[in-house]
Design a protein around this ligand. Structure first.
Ligand code: PLP
Length: 250
């Protein structure tokens, strides 16, 4: 599938590299699903394009990728605008990074699914902004699995610690303009991802039992997607394995 629009992706070296890397990741996901006795279509690959240009999104969209993740505002807003302008308006955008409360407004307008809701003030800010935008915003509650603060790609502390997680989950579930869709976590650095993802799956089971429709589990990145699939992940957030190593973030 290629995009039919002016100035679109061409069959250059970068397109070939992305095709090769995407194929490798797709094989890893298929193998992990087969090993876990799961269907491939139970798992959504979200390609995290932070620090990479809109032209890479367009190349990957040409291979059929429809879900993209961004971690920072305003980088996300600019890239989404660029993709729309280039004719790629059918893509789903996942906001996976820490959301500053004062950026909740724009994020609530352009995100299709926010993976990183981790505190009550952010719930209120996103709910207000989604209401003003007259939309229902899908949200995952990000859990801090190691008690000391899991670290996302931005190096910021993020995730609701156990003692406030249920309050955040209830707040999203009862917010007028938010829809609770499930939970998300980043495996703690240097720890066994399987143990962390199994803790996440246990919380996810409680959440989906209490809130029908909140059955998404966002877990697994470039280095631990197999463990995440084995533990029941429905969304994988993969950056480097598809796009290549990023220069270190600030
Ligand atoms: C950057 C990022 C990812 C992707 O990480 P890779 O190691 O590049 O696969 C996933 N989740 C979050 C929250 C991120 O910030």
């Amino acid at each position: 599938m290629t995009a039919d629009h002016d100035g679109g992706p061409v069959a250059d070296d970068r397109t070939g590299e992305l095709s090769r890397r995407l194929g490798q990741v797709e094989r890893r996901i298929r193998d992990a699903c087969a090993a876990a006795g799961r269907d491939r279509d139970e798992v959504t690959l979200v390609v995290v394009t932070k620090t990479y240009p809109a032209s890479d999104v367009e190349r990957l969209a040409g291979f059929g990728v429809a879900d993209f993740g961004e971690a920072r505002h305003p980088e996300a807003a600019h890239k989404i605008d660029e993709c729309h302008a280039a004719g790629f308006s059918h893509l789903s955008w996942h906001f996976v990074g820490a959301v500053q409360t004062n950026k909740a407004g724009p994020v609530a307008r352009y995100a299709d699914l926010v993976h990183s809701v981790d505190r009550l003030r952010l719930v209120a800010a996103l709910d207000g902004a989604a209401g003003r935008a007259e939309r229902q915003l899908d949200c995952l509650v990000q859990l801090d699995l190691d008690g000391s603060g899991s670290r996302g790609g931005t190096g910021q502390r993020s995730g609701a610690p156990a003692e406030i997680a249920s309050a955040v989950i209830e707040a999203v579930a009862t917010a007028r303009s938010l829809r609770l869709r499930g939970v998300m976590a980043v495996a703690p650095m240097g720890a066994d991802p399987t143990a962390a993802f199994e803790r996440l799956a246990a919380v996810a089971a409680e959440v989906s039992a209490a809130h029908p429709g909140a059955d998404c589990i966002s877990a697994g990145m470039s280095d631990d997607l197999e463990q995440a699939v084995a533990a029941g992940a429905t969304h994988l957030r993969v950056g480097r394995a598809v796009l290549g190593e990023r220069p270190p973030l600030r």
